[in-house]
Design a protein around this ligand. Structure first.
Ligand SMILES: C=C(O[C@H]1C=CC=C(C(=O)O)[C@@H]1O)C(=O)O
Ligand SMILES: [Mg+2]
Length: 436
C-alpha cells in the first residue's frame, strides 16, 4: 500500500484501498486472530464483506439520536457522499432489557481491515482513525494489523454435535398461556399483534465453530442475508435472516413487510399448494398487513413518496416460505439513518402493534432478554446504508449455543400451531448443528 504516506483529511478517519484476489471470505475470517471479526453478505449474492480489528469502536447504551449520528458522520467519516467509510454493527431488540456482555445495547465498528467483494471484484481496505493517537502511531498500528493477516485455511469440519440438553424459554405450557392472553378479544382490541419469541438453549457434545455453521447456513439459504459478529473469542452471534429492515441508496429507500409463514412441500405441486394456501389464509394475511400498515405510517412523515405492493408474494427459504411485500420510499432531503432506524425498528414482524404496548407485553412476560436477536444489524455509510432484522439467528458462547425464533400472534392464532411454526423456523439450523 504505497499510499500509506498520504495526508490526513479534515475529518478523523480515512481509508486506503487496493484491488485484491479475494480468498473465500468466511474461511479467511475464521483464520484471523484480530478481534472483532465481522462478516456480512447481502441477499441474493449481494456484496460480501469480511472485516477484522477496529480503527474505531463505538458503544452506546441507547440508540444515539439523529443529531448524534450527524455529529458522528461529520466528525469521523466526513459528511460528503464520496466517502466509502462504513460503520458495521448492530443494536439490541429492546434497549430497556439487560444487554448481552460484549455486544451491549448498540455497538458500531469502523474495522481496521475490510475485504469487500462484489462479484469478481474485490478490494482490501485499510481504515485509519486519528482520534486517540497521533497519525504516526495510527499508521504503525495499521501496518502491524496488515502484517498479522493470515491466509484463508479450510474451515473446521461440521461433526455431528449431538444435542445433550435443550431448554426452551418460554416452555410450551407457558407459551400456551401467553398466546391465550394475547388472543383474548379484549386484549386484541387494543393490541392486535404481538410477536412472541422463544429462546432455545442447547448443550451439545461438541460445539461446532460458528463460522462453519454460518457457511453451511449460507449454502442452504443463499437468498437470505448472512452475517456474524464476534467481539471476543468466546462469544459470537450469527444470523441467516431473510428480512431486510431497510436499504438506503441516497434518498431511495427499500424495505418490506415479511410476515406470515408456512412450510415447504416435498414436491413442486405440494409446495405450490402450500404457497396458495398461505396467500389465501386470513390469519397470515393479517400478520403481513399489520406490518405493511405500520411501516407505511412510520415512513410517511419522512418521505415525499411511499408505496407498497398491494398483494403479497411468496418468499421461499430452505424449509419455510413467507408472505412478502416490497415497500419503497423517496426520502425527504436531510432524513438520516437514525431517523429511519427509529421509525422502522422494531417492525410488527418482530415487535407488534401498537409498538409500545406490544413491547411492554414482551418485556414483562416473554421471560428472557432478546439481546441482539430481532435487533437491527448492518452498516451505516454516507451514501448507502443497509440493515437486516436479526432473526434466524444463533448466539455462541464457550459451552453452549442459543437459538431464537418468534411468531406473530394475532386474532385466530392457535398456540400449538404457532409453537410448531417456531420449530419450523429452527429446522435448518438444527439440522446443521446435528451435522445433517
Ligand atoms: C420473528 C421471526 O419471524 C418473523 C418474520 C417472518 C415471519 C414471521 C411470522 O410468520 O410469524 C415473524 O413475524 C423469527 O423468525 O424469529
Ligand atoms: Mg407467523
Amino acid at each position: 500500500m504505497a499510499q500509506l504516506e498520504c495526508q490526513p483529511p479534515g475529518h478523523l478517519c480515512l481509508q486506503l484501498s487496493e484491488p485484491l484476489d479475494a480468498p473465500p471470505l468466511i474461511a479467511w475470517l475464521a483464520n484471523q486472530s484480530e478481534l472483532p471479526r465481522i462478516y456480512w453478505r447481502g441477499r441474493r449474492d449481494g456484496e460480501e464483506i469480511a472485516a477484522i480489528g477496529a480503527a474505531l469502536d463505538l458503544h452506546f447504551d441507547t440508540l444515539p439520536s439523529a443529531e448524534e449520528l450527524d455529529r458522528l458522520y461529520n466528525k469521523y467519516l466526513g459528511a460528503g457522499q464520496d466517502t466509502q467509510l462504513r460503520l458495521y454493527g448492530g443494536h439490541a431488540f429492546d434497549t430497556q432489557q439487560p444487554a448481552w456482555p460484549d455486544f451491549g445495547q448498540a455497538r458500531f465498528v469502523l474495522p481496521r481491515i475490510e475485504i469487500r467483494r462484489h462479484g469478481e471484484q474485490a478490494q482490501l481496505l485499510l481504515n485509519l482513525c486519528g482520534q486517540e493517537r497521533p497519525w504516526q502511531q495510527e499508521l504503525e498500528r495499521a501496518r502491524t494489523a496488515l502484517d498479522a493477516i493470515q491466509s484463508a485455511a479450510p474451515l473446521s469440519p461440521l461433526g455431528p454435535a449431538h444435542v445433550l440438553a435443550r431448554q426452551d424459554t418460554p416452555d410450551q405450557p407457558r407459551w400456551r398461556e401467553l398466546v391465550e392472553q394475547i388472543t383474548d378479544p379484549a386484549f386484541l382490541a387494543a393490541t392486535p399483534k404481538v410477536v412472541m419469541a422463544r429462546e432455545t438453549r442447547l448443550t451439545t457434545s461438541a460445539l461446532p465453530n460458528h463460522w462453519t455453521v454460518l457457511h453451511a447456513w449460507q449454502l442452504l439459504n443463499p437468498g437470505s442475508y448472512q452475517f456474524g459478529f464476534q467481539f471476543t473469542d468466546s462469544h459470537s452471534f450469527i444470523s441467516c435472516t431473510p428480512e431486510r429492515l431497510f436499504h438506503r441508496h441516497g434518498r431511495e429507500l427499500s424495505t418490506e413487510a415479511l410476515a406470515g409463514t408456512t412450510t415447504r412441500g416435498f414436491t413442486e405441486a405440494e409446495d405450490e399448494a402450500l404457497a396458495n394456501a398461505l396467500l389465501a389464509d386470513g390469519k397470515n394475511s393479517n400478520e403481513n398487513l399489520l406490518v405493511r400498515q405500520l411501516i407505511e405510517q412510520q415512513l410517511g412523515p419522512l418521505s415525499d413518496y411511499v408505496g407498497s405492493e398491494e398483494t403479497p408474494t411468496i418468499l421461499k427459504l430452505n424449509h419455510i416460505q413467507h408472505l412478502h411485500r416490497s415497500i419503497r420510499a423517496e426520502l425527504k432531503a436531510g432524513v438520516n439513518d437514525l431517523q429511519l432506524l427509529g421509525a422502522l425498528h422494531p417492525t410488527p414482524a418482530v415487535g407488534g402493534l401498537p409498538r409500545e404496548s406490544a413491547m411492554s407485553f414482551i418485556r414483562q412476560r416473554e421471560g428472557f432478554a432478546r439481546g441482539w436477536y430481532a435487533g437491527a444489524c448492518g452498516y451505516f455509510g454516507a451514501h448507502e446504508t443497509e440493515f437486516a432484522v436479526a432473526i434466524r439467528s444463533a448466539r455462541f458462547e464457550s459451552e453452549r449455543v442459543t437459538l431464537y425464533a418468534g411468531a406473530g400472534i394475532v386474532a385466530h392464532s392457535e398456540a400449538d400451531a404457532e409453537w410448531q411454526e417456531l420449530n419450523n423456523k429452527l429446522t435448518t439450523v438444527l439440522g446443521i448443528l446435528n451435522g445433517l
